[in-house]
Design a binder for this molecule. Structure first.
Ligand code: ATP
Ligand code: MG
Length: 388
């Protein structure tokens, strides 16, 4: 691939640091499961696929002989039915903390050679996120806590991945939701993390309450109904001490909005992604003991979130237009726009850079991701070809 150099890593030393036999690390490298970054970040490596005991997207930083490990953010399992899931997973706790689940994309921030950098979930250094976090986060925190990684959700409309207008954010903002120690990946307790975030002026996810475990299912259900009404995503339920694994639970409105977006690009969307969102609706309807009227309403809304965007796509393609995923980014330094374009192109995405405008001391840039597969498939159907 363009820009990749031969691996510069000292495998012996890195293996020792990771407490792996060096033959094991060599094997990981040979399988292509440890990838070297490019350009100014070429001493940063990321784990892809399943490396032993390491979350996907974990990152190894080579500071000329000494190493740092920045663990990937662990997967959060989902409750399908709130009450049994809480009982089954949190029975040892007296209370749980409920934080809002913000709908954006996951990043991790560390200090690297005197400047902040942001990794995406997969462990890539994202140029847009990196530029933005330098405006969002006070670097003093990282100087004073060099052993801590900050995790947060990049949320708002000027967003390359998930554009959400429901939060009243004008452009983009970072909501901190976790802090973990480098190397071990151990998470800070919720109250300690929230205090630290506050002290340094970090924006953070809302803490919606700490509930006694017995009343938690009812309280969370009420929260979910309210969040749904305003188009927010849902909650993450956490052990206040952050020893047990958190659990996520989302609103029906959010499931539907995911489906709506995904079915617009119906030939690109992963089957699991679509299917799992339908299944969630079945379980929620059951747990909420919906009457026939509410159930029919749910059926209709679910069906619409699937069929309407798809039908619109077909009509658009027939009329000669092409569907695309459009978004805007906002930066201070204009060169980040071009850097971000090449970053997306590295992933094989077909992007078109549109208008660039000056907005105060910043620039906005329009991007268009062309969804070739859905366009081609729709055209083929319109020309009378057969599905398979
Ligand atoms: P996962 O592998 O964690 O299931 P996913 O891509 O399927 O990942 P989501 O369904 O969006 O992710 O749920 C998990 C994600 O929610 C986290 O990775 C994080 O980016 C995001 N998130 C938003 N708010 C919070 C919060 N308060 N606490 C924890 N995670 C949060
Ligand atoms: Mg998400």
């Amino acid at each position: 691939m363009k820009g990749y150099r031969k691996m510069d890593l000292d495998v012996e030393k890195a293996a020792e640091f990771l407490e792996l036999p060096s033959s094991r690390l060599s094997e990981i490298i040979e399988k292509g499961n440890l990838k070297q970054n490019w350009d100014e970040y070429n001493r940063i490596y990321r784990f892809e696929g399943h490396a032993p005991q390491l979350e996907d997207g974990s990152v190894l930083i080579d500071n000329s002989g000494s190493f740092e490990l920045i663990r990937g953010f662990p997967k959060i399992k989902r409750a399908m039915l709130l009450e049994p899931a809480l009982k089954n997973n949190f029975s040892d706790l007296t209370s749980v903390a409920v934080e809002e689940k913000m709908n954006g994309y996951n990043i991790r921030v560390v200090d690297y050679k005197g400047e902040l950098i942001a990794f995406t979930r997969s462990g890539h250094v994202c140029p847009y996120s990196t530029e933005r976090v330098r405006n969002f986060l006070d670097r003093d925190f990282f100087e004073e806590h060099p052993d801590i990684v900050v995790y947060g959700e990049m949320t708002g409309p000027e967003n390359p991945y998930v554009q959400k207008h429901v939060y009243g954010i004008e452009s983009l903002d970072l909501f901190v939701f976790d802090m973990r120690y480098k190397d071990t990946g151990k998470a800070l307790e919720i109250h300690r993390r929230r205090k630290l975030a506050e002290k340094y002026g970090f924006n953070q996810v809302n803490l919606l309450g700490e509930f006694n475990i017995k009343e938690a299912p009812v309280r969370i259900t009420n929260i979910i109904r309210e969040l749904g009404k305003i188009g927010h995503e849902g909650v993450v339920i956490k052990d206040p001490k952050m020893v047990l694994q958190p659990i996520k639970y989302t609103c029906s409105e959010s499931n539907r909005s995911d489906l709506q977006q995904a079915f617009k690009f119906y030939n690109e969307a992963g089957r699991d992604y679509l299917y799992s969102r339908v299944i969630r609706e079945g379980f929620q309807s059951h747990e909420w003991e919906e009457n026939e009227e509410d159930f029919r309403k749910r059926c209709l809304l679910l069906g619409e979130s699937i069929l309407r965007p798809m039908k619109e796509t077909i009509a658009k393609v027939q009329s000669g237009e092409r569907i695309s995923d459009d978004f805007i980014i906002r930066v201070r330094n204009k060169s980040v726009i071009y850097k971000f374009r090449s970053y997306l192109e590295r992933f094989g995405l077909h992007v078109v850079l549109g208008k660039i405008e000056k907005k105060g001391n910043e620039y906005t840039a329009e991007f268009r991701k062309i969804n070739k597969s859905t366009n081609d498939k729709t055209l083929a159907m319109l020309e009378g070809q057969l599905w398979s």
